[in-house]
Design a binder for this molecule. Structure first.
Ligand SMILES: C[S@@+](CC[C@H](N)C(=O)[O-])C[C@H]1O[C@@H](n2cnc3c(N)ncnc32)[C@H](O)[C@@H]1O
Length: 205
């Protein structure tokens, strides 16, 4: 990956090079839209692609009819997103301090976003992403394990933001979660919505 260390931010990216890797995989016939397919399984009308990078997830979701907003702090990544998805709303902002004044059916963090966020801002990042999840919506995050940030920390920050774990998988294809697989896709919901859903299941059975 073409990234350079830069003061004040965990990493800086080369958007063109980043996107080129995915374009090369797609040209070889690899399905590079696992994240978008996973997100679509929640049938969202609106999605916030948090840490959208070059917009590869948001652009695919928009292509499939979802209203999306992409947010990223990295100018090079966003420049690529803007040129590839000119009709989409792209916001240059630090997720840790994000206030869009609205919520989304799904807030998705694909591609190791918390790992690339400065450690001191990670709890705030989870808090503001959670604040953009609609009352019956979900927060979806996929990141590698063993890279200095773990699931305990993620779950703790989610709990502090009023969210609880709903599902956890080892891949975007919903392979059963096994810590040794080194990757986790986690889905959190607002605690109250999860409680109501559970109560409805119990009263139906
Ligand atoms: C590896 S890229 C993933 C990009 C995209 N989600 C994807 O799956 O292709 C991680 C992205 O997270 C962004 N990021 C990390 N911390 C951030 C923060 N605090 N605010 C906004 N963007 C952040 C980086 O700028 C980078 O574009």
């Amino acid at each position: 990956m073409h990234e350079r260390e830069r003061a004040g931010r965990a990493t800086a990216f080369d958007g063109e090079a980043y996107q080129a890797r995915f374009d090369a995989l797609a040209a070889q016939g690899v399905d590079v839209h696992g994240e978008a397919t996973f997100v679509l399984s929640f049938a969202p009308r609106t999605v916030l692609d948090a840490g959208c990078g070059t917009g590869r997830v948001a652009i695919e979701l928009a292509r499939r009819g979802v209203e999306v907003v992409g947010v990223d702090v990295d100018r090079s990544m966003l420049a690529e997103a803007r040129s590839r998805g000119p009709g989409i709303r792209w916001v240059e902002a630090d997720l840790a301090a994000l206030e869009l004044g609205r919520t989304f059916d799904v807030v998705v963090l694909a591609g190791n976003v918390p790992i690339f966020c400065p450690p001191g801002s990670r709890a705030a990042l989870v808090g503001s992403c959670a604040a953009h999840v609609a009352p019956t919506g979900v927060l979806v995050a996929g990141f590698q394990l063993g890279r200095g940030y773990g699931l305990d920390e993620w779950d703790e920050a989610c709990a502090a933001a009023g969210l609880q774990l709903d599902q956890r998988w080892s891949s975007w294809d919903r392979e059963p979660f096994e810590p040794d697989r080194g990757y986790a896709v986690s889905v959190h919901r607002h605690r109250e919505a999860a409680r109501k859903a559970q109560a409805a299941v119990t009263s139906d059975s």
